[in-house]
Design a protein. Structure first.
Length: 106
């Protein structure tokens, strides 16, 4: 399993619109090959910063898999008007010997 971490900067006046838009496009993510769960979290000190953590079976399921799909294009199209700048995405893998990994439910 790997985790995709997407840092999603949202315009302050578009936070509610972003939440609604994400709810409308989330099904495009959840039906992707290799998808194994996600969590969308809003920053406390910076509420306009959202973090999307997606668990994937493999890196290839996310990229090139989902990222090169029509569903990904539609997913991003549904959110892009809310972004204040380009999202940042990186990947991590669970350190199996650390307590608390993997995070249950994501």
């Amino acid at each position: 399993m790997i985790y995709e971490i997407a840092l999603l900067p949202v315009h302050k006046d578009r936070i509610d619109a972003f939440r609604n838009a994400f709810a409308e496009v989330a099904h495009l993510l959840t039906r992707a090959e290799g998808y194994a769960g996600h969590m969308l979290a809003q920053g406390i000190e910076t509420p306009e910063q959202f973090n999307l953590i997606v668990r994937w079976r493999s890196l290839e399921d996310h990229t090139p898999g989902f990222e090169e799909s029509e569903d990904h294009r539609l997913f991003m199209q549904g959110l892009e008007d809310c972004f204040s700048q380009e999202p940042t995405v990186y990947h991590i893998k669970a350190a199996g010997d650390l307590p608390g990994w993997p995070i249950p439910g994501i």
